[in-house]
Write a protein that binds this ligand. Structure first.
Ligand SMILES: [Zn+2]
Length: 348
C-alpha cells in the first residue's frame, strides 16, 4: 500500500514540476508572440537592464522567490505574473493528471490548458486572442470528435454528431452576438472551437464564463470610476470648445478610440453631412490625456454636441472576455459532466 502511495505522490510531484517548466516556456510565448519575436532563438534577458539571465536563475517559481522578485544584476522588480503563470500551469497539469490518469484525454487537456493560459494573458495585455490559439482548440475538437466516432462504445450523452450539433448551435448564437458588436471575433472563435471539443459540456463552460466575465466587468468599472469621470469631464470641455470654434458644423459627433479620433457632422435631423476627419490638434490632446490609461482598458468615447451643449455622452469599455471563458472551458473539460448531472439533478 505504502509503495503505491509513494508512487502516486512521486507522479503528482513530477507532473506539477513538468507543468511549471512548461509554464516558464508559456511566459515566453505570452510575451514574445504578440510582438512577432521568435520563441526559440534568443535567450531570456532582463526586460529592464538587458542582462542575460543565468540558467540557475531560470528555475520556475524557486528562482523568483530566492531573488525576492528582483533582477540579480539591476535589482529591477520582476513581475509576480511570471511566477503565477508557472504555478498555474503546474496546478492545471496536476488537475488533468488526477482527472484523466494515463488516458488519451491527458495530453489533450494538457495542450488545451496550455493554450488557454496563453490566450488569457495575451487577451489581458492586448485585448485580442491569437488565431493560432483558437485554431489549436478547434484541432483538439476535431481529434475528440474522431476519437468518439471511432470508439466501439461511446457514451450515449456524448455522441460525435452531438459535438457538431452543439458547435453549430453555439456558432450561430455567438455569431449573431459578434456581428452586432457584443462579442469579439476571437471570443466567437474560442466559444465555437470549445463547443466542438466539449459537446454538451459547453453549457456549463459558458455559464461559468458569463458569470465570471460579468464580475470582472463590474470590478473594472468600480476600480476606474473616478478616472473615467475625470476624463469624461475633460473631454466634454474639449468637444464643446471644438463646436464653438466651428459653429457651421452644427452637430458634431466625436469618437475617441486607441489614439484615433473621428469627428462627424450631422444636421438637426441626424443626417450625416460629412466626415470632419481627424483634427490633428484634438487627436494630440486626447492621446496625451489617455496616455496613463492601462492598455488592458480600452475606452471608446462618443460625444455629441449641438450648438455648444452636450446632447449625449456615451462610454464603452471593452473588457477581456478570454480569461473568464477559459476558466469555464477548463472547468468543463475536467468536470463538465459532473456539473451537468448536478444541474439536471436539481430539476428532477
Ligand atoms: Zn535587470
Amino acid at each position: 500500500m505504502t509503495g503505491i502511495l509513494a508512487f502516486d505522490i512521486f507522479m503528482c510531484v513530477t507532473v506539477f514540476i513538468f507543468g511549471t517548466v512548461i509554464g516558464s516556456f508559456l511566459n515566453v510565448v505570452i510575451y514574445r508572440t504578440p510582438l512577432h519575436m521568435s520563441i526559440v532563438t534568443g535567450p531570456s534577458h532582463c526586460t529592464s537592464c538587458g542582462t542575460r539571465i543565468k540558467p540557475y536563475d531560470l528555475i520556475p517559481i524557486v528562482s523568483w522567490c530566492l531573488l525576492g522578485g528582483k533582477c540579480r544584476a539591476c535589482k529591477a522588480k520582476i513581475s509576480i505574473r511570471y511566477t503565477i503563470v508557472e504555478a498555474l500551469t503546474g496546478v492545471m497539469f496536476l488537475l488533468a493528471y488526477l482527472r484523466f490518469s494515463a488516458s488519451v484525454m491527458l495530453p489533450m487537456s494538457i495542450i488545451l490548458f496550455g493554450v488557454l493560459i496563453v490566450l488569457s494573458f495575451i487577451d489581458l495585455d492586448h485585448m485580442q486572442i491569437p488565431y493560432w490559439c483558437t485554431a489549436t482548440v478547434a484541432a483538439l475538437g476535431v481529434i475528440n470528435v474522431l476519437l468518439i466516432a471511432l470508439s466501439p462504445s461511446p457514451a450515449p450523452d456524448d455522441l460525435w454528431w452531438k459535438h457538431l450539433l452543439y458547435a453549430l448551435l453555439v456558432a450561430v448564437v455567438a455569431g449573431v452576438l459578434a456581428l452586432f458588436g457584443g462579442l469579439g471575433g476571437g471570443d466567437f472563435q474560442l466559444i465555437t472551437a470549445a463547443a466542438l471539443l466539449l459537446g454538451v459540456r459547453i453549457f456549463p463552460a459558458l455559464f461559468i464564463g458569463i458569470i465570471l466575465g460579468a464580475i470582472y466587468g463590474i470590478a473594472i468599472k468600480l476600480r476606474t470610476k473616478d478616472t473615467v469621470k475625470a476624463k469624461t469631464e475633460a473631454m466634454t470641455v474639449l468637444f464643446v470648445k471644438r463646436t464653438e470654434q466651428h459653429p457651421d458644423d452644427n452637430i458634431i459627433m466625436g469618437e475617441y478610440e486607441e489614439g484615433k479620433c473621428r469627428l462627424t457632422c450631422y444636421d438637426v435631423e441626424g443626417k450625416k453631412l460629412n466626415e470632419v476627419g481627424p483634427d490633428p490638434e484634438l487627436v494630440q490632446t486626447l492621446t496625451e490625456m489617455f496616455s496613463d490609461i492601462p492598455a488592458n482598458n480600452e475606452y471608446i468615447f462618443r460625444v455629441v454636441t449641438k450648438s455648444g451643449s452636450i446632447d449625449s455622452l456615451k462610454l464603452q469599455r471593452r473588457i477581456a472576455f478570454g480569461p473568464a471563458l477559459s476558466i469555464g472551458i477548463a472547468a468543463s473539460m475536467l468536470y463538465g459532466f459532473e456539473m451537468l448531472n448536478f444541474w439536471l439533478g436539481m430539476f428532477s
